[in-house]
Design a protein around this ligand. Structure first.
Ligand code: HEM
Length: 530
């Protein structure tokens, strides 16, 4: 037995020795060489897939990193990514991995040069369509034509003074119907959802004209449609492109959007057909649809289905962006009551001066309110990336940087807005910043102007074509609300009244439609009646 034991223990010893030997000898030879080959392949692939233009890459750790990581980091910490990139590369171009595309972020001073390029060289609409996942929510129609953009600028904007009385009446009616009229007690409301009613009234008026613009179903459709378009984009930008066409049908938004496109079609197509029968008589009203039919250059541009899609894209561009913006202005002023008081005084004085006749000149003379609009849009712009474009022809910039067809470019409006060299104490809210910086410049470059240091409307030929509508309608709503109502914050879980949060998802900055505030009617107000 002993011999056997000895034999066995000897045997196990020799096995262990053999194993150790084989491990030492074979592991380095086989496994290490496999690992080395894998690393060599990965290294070569990584180098091969890396860009060769020397631009620093932001938000991707290495070329082979799965794009979904960039998508998620960008979705939830885009402001920090832009802040870090600006700190390292201020004044230099860099490449931003957003997950959906790698975008060259150019310094702001390149915009002048890019604006001089022919229209065929860079496209804003192809870039917007891609960023908004246009192929999933129908926003890709904007790739086909710029008919709507041109007419918003060339026809609707100059018609605004004539449209103002109708805008004011509708805003006043919506406010009276939707806001509580109690003076003694506070009522909790969802301000974005309330203000979106006012904006939708103005958007349907400028887009469709009366009487169809007052159809309650169309007004409701206006903001529901926008909500679905943006919800699809927000969720789908989180998942890889190859999964999007399937996954989108698993969200309720896609089904709702399909229905809202159909309903919009039922409004637009018969209306277009009716107006097309006699454009010289039926396209006289100053509204976008009439102008689009009247000034169409081909059959496609006056086609009812095409116009449905274009109108849908205008509605989506203007509705919630403006509602969230107006709510942001109110929330900022409530958080800084001394500014609110100054602006209320300005409204009261203007009311007296214009004798209650609130025309465009009266709204334009509200220098302090205009300054507050600039400040809120600086701190919470609709999008942190502005001047986003798709390159269509090879371009060599004066710095020697080559831009190739198929590439996306953009600029970071957020980085400029937060640059202390441009806006001192940039994180501090100062409603009168622009007003105090210099009244002459402030008046020459009001809120609706594209000449702003933070490019709140984008820049150049394709800056937001709805900026004058957004600016005027915001003022119409704010004058009435600030003068006639008092707002307050709802207490958080610790009992502290807290401003509704500004949220950032991807590059978009917005206030949730679910956010709440308190409101009551002011006993002492100027009695502004539109
Ligand atoms: C406060 C509200 C708004 C903000 C902050 C805003 C901001 C912007 C920005 C930054 C752009 C991109 C410009 C660029 O790429 O250079 C844009 C584009 C656009 N906006 Fe606005 N906008 C607002 C309201 C409106 C309204 C009310 C309308 C229409 C009635 C509108 C219609 C559009 C359209 C159609 C485009 C796309 C233009 C194109 O395809 O080139 N926006 N907006």
């Amino acid at each position: 037995m002993a011999a056997t034991t000895e034999y066995n223990s000897n045997a196990s010893f020799s096995h262990a020795q053999i194993l150790k030997l084989s491990f030492q000898q074979l592991f380095p030879l086989r496994v290490f060489s496999i690992i080395s080959i894998v690393f060599a392949i990965l290294y070569t692939l990584n180098r091969h897939l890396s860009y060769k233009d020397g631009l620093p890459l932001v938000n991707r750790c290495f070329a082979l990193e799965p794009r979904v990581f960039s998508r998620w980091r960008w979705a939830f910490r885009s402001d920090k990514i832009l802040d870090e990139a600006y700190e390292r590369y201020k004044g230099r171009p860099y490449r931003l991995a957003r997950g959906d595309a790698d975008i060259v972020v150019l310094p702001d001073d390149m915009i002048g040069e890019l604006n001089k390029l022919p229209q065929s060289a860079i496209s804003s609409r192809k870039s917007h369509s891609s960023s908004l996942t246009g192929y999933l929510n129908g926003m890709d129609v904007v790739k086909e034509t710029n008919h709507h953009v041109k007419l918003l600028l060339a026809r609707v904007t100059p018609a605004l003074p004539g449209l103002l009385p109708s805008i004011k009446t509708r805003v006043q009616q919506t406010i009276t119907e939707n806001l509580p009229q109690k003076e003694k007690s506070w009522t909790e409301i969802q301000p974005v959802n309330m203000i979106v009613h006012c904006i939708s009234q103005a958007v349907t008026l400028t887009t469709f004209g009366p009487p169809i613009c007052d159809n309650p179903e169309l007004i409701r459709l206006c903001y529901e449609h926008t909500l679905n378009v943006f919800s699809i984009m927000f969720f789908m930008r989180l998942v890889p492109r190859f999964m999007q066409p399937v996954l989108v049908w698993m969200t309720p938004f896609k089904w709702r959007l399909e229905r809202s496109w159909k309903t919009l079609e039922n409004f637009v197509v018969p209306e277009v057909e009716f107006r097309r029968e006699d454009p010289s008589k039926r396209c006289k009203n100053p509204d976008l649809i009439s102008w689009m039919i009247y000034e169409a250059k081909n059959e496609e541009e006056r086609d009812g289905y095409m116009l449905t899609r274009l109108v849908g894209s205008v509605i989506a561009g203007g509705t919630y962006s403006s509602a969230a913006f107006v709510t942001g202005v109110i929330a900022d002023l409530v958080g800084h009551p001394h500014f609110l008081e100054e602006i209320r005084e300005e409204i009261q004085e203007t009311h007296k001066r214009c004798g209650g006749e609130w025309d465009v000149a009266a709204f334009n003379s509200l220098d302090k309110l205009d300054s507050a609009l600039k400040e809120t849009s600086r701190l919470a712009p609709g999008s942190m990336l502005v001047y986003s474009r798709f390159i269509e022809e090879p371009i060599v910039l004066s710095t020697g940087l080559h831009l190739q067809p198929g590439q996306f470019i953009t600029t970071s409006g957020h980085s400029l807005a937060m640059d202390p060299d441009i806006f001192p104490n940039p994180r501090v809210y100062n409603a009168l910043r622009a007003y105090e910086e210099g009244l002459a410049v402030h008046r020459a470059q009001p809120f609706r102007s594209v000449d702003s240091k933070d490019h709140r409307w984008g820049a150049g030929r394709w800056a937001c074509p709805g900026r004058s509508i957004a600016s005027l309608v915001s003022k119409v709503i704010l004058v009435k609300l600030l003068d006639e109502y008092e707002f307050s914050f709802v207490a958080n879980r610790l009992g502290v009244p807290t401003r509704p949060a500004t949220q950032i998802t991807h590059e978009f900055v917005f206030m949730s439609p679910d956010s709440k505030m308190l409101v009551r009617r002011r006993a002492k107000n100027s009695g502004i009646a539109y």
